[in-house]
Design a protein around this ligand. Structure first.
Ligand code: SOE
Length: 366
């Protein structure tokens, strides 16, 4: 990964789980985490402690008035637009948690705002940064799959399986109109499009809310979704995403089937890539000696030293900072990727609302 020519100063907005992940990645990337903002002025110091920041700022405005280069937006989804716009207006580059915004119009608007301001906007579709994902992408680009015949997989979690499990993501006023698909289905779709270089063209989806109430409060967001889709190249696929699948913690699985080779990637076993062939299938392990150059570029540790989620996040943040410093790192998920994801999520919602009608995804924009 590229090293910073200059020490960037960054601020983190939000001190929850994701704020902490961003803070660690910023420190690993050599940046100074100059400040953090919490959910209220009284939470400023707690946010600073949680994210490893030098100090807490009572308000976003105070953070933006300081000499930071980059803002990490790790707040509930309904605030992404406002916080990101303010940061861009203050001339700061932005790393904004996904979903970039809760509507296509807002996500598109933020993409345009970053472009017009000449500032970097990055969205952490971090599974792109597992070396074995880059290996898969390289092999597909080289034609190793032959003709891709189908795409399938799932993204399953169980942290909202309980009747009273709660989180701000459950509430559509803070999380947005889609929960499970926008939160994790978005990762799966981004990853699939990233490794295949092919885009989802049309989708037919079903949503289910298994827990109609949580803690006595009505739930308006989906606990799970299933979808079938076809791509621009005419490949067919299916996906199941759920946050109520007991026993599955954060299991994203993607299988690409081809006439020559098939590939299977499991986010909970990210140092391996299954390569299926009719005669001799293989389980490739992450070994920098044998990785293709694009995969080796995001490799962090020697063979046999397990790499995982935080490492992928560290590589993503390192690339975001490299972009801030003028590089064009290959495969950095930018705001356009966030807006693209919003269009896919929107198609899922519209399909489900129309009894699983096929909805065309707007692919007229990049
Ligand atoms: C919660 O569902 C969550 O933290 C997501 O928001 C992340 O994007 C995913 O990587 C893990 O799960």
């Amino acid at each position: 990964m590229s090293t910073n020519a200059r020490k960037l100063r960054v601020g983190i907005v939000g001190g929850g789980f994701m704020g902490q992940v961003h803070g660690r990645a910023a420190l690993v990337s050599g940046a100074t985490v100059a400040g953090a903002v919490g959910s209220s002025p009284g939470r400023a110091e707690a946010a600073a402690e949680a994210t490893g920041a030098e100090r807490g700022f009572a308000t976003l405005d105070e953070l933006l008035a300081s000499d930071i280069d980059v803002v990490h937006v790790c707040t509930p989804n309904n605030t992404h637009r406002e916080v990101t716009l303010k940061a861009l207006e203050a001339g700061k580059h932005v790393v904004c948690e996904k979903p970039l915004a809760t509507s296509v119009a807002d996500a598109t608007g933020l993409t345009a705002a970053a472009q017009e301001a000449g500032l970097v906007g990055a969205v952490p579709f971090v599974y792109r940064y597992h070396p074995m994902v880059r290996e898969l992408r390289t092999r597909i680009a080289a034609g190793d799959a032959g003709t891709i015949t189908s795409l399938h997989g799932s993204y399953l979690q169980d942290w909202l399986a309980g009747a009273d499990d709660q989180n701000w993501r459950v509430d559509d006023t803070t999380g947005g109109p889609s929960r499970t698909f926008a939160d994790i289905g978005s990762h799966w779709c981004d990853l699939t499009e990233f490794v295949t270089g092919d885009r989802i063209a049309a989708i037919s989806a079903q949503l289910r809310t298994v827990r109609a109430q949580r803690g006595g409060v009505d739930v308006h967001t989906e606990d799970l979704a299933t979808a079938q889709f076809r791509t621009e190249a005419g490949v067919v696929g299916t996906i199941v995403v759920s946050q109520v699948a007991a026993g599955r913690k954060n299991r994203l699985y993607l299988e690409v089937s081809g006439t020559e080779s098939s590939f299977g990637f499991d986010q909970e076993d990210p140092d391996r890539l299954w390569v299926g062939r009719r005669d001799a299938s293989q389980l490739l392990t992450r070994d920098p000696e044998t990785l293709s150059p694009p995969a080796a570029r995001v490799n962090r540790l020697p063979a046999g030293h397990a790499q995982g989620y935080q490492d992928a996040f560290d590589s993503f943040v390192a690339d975001s900072y490299a972009a801030v410093l003028g590089d064009r790192p290959d495969g950095l998920p930018d705001f356009a990727a966030g807006a693209r994801s919003a269009r896919v999520v929107d198609a899922v919602l519209r399909s489900a609302a129309a009894d699983s009608a096929w909805i065309t995804v707007d692919n007229s924009v990049d």
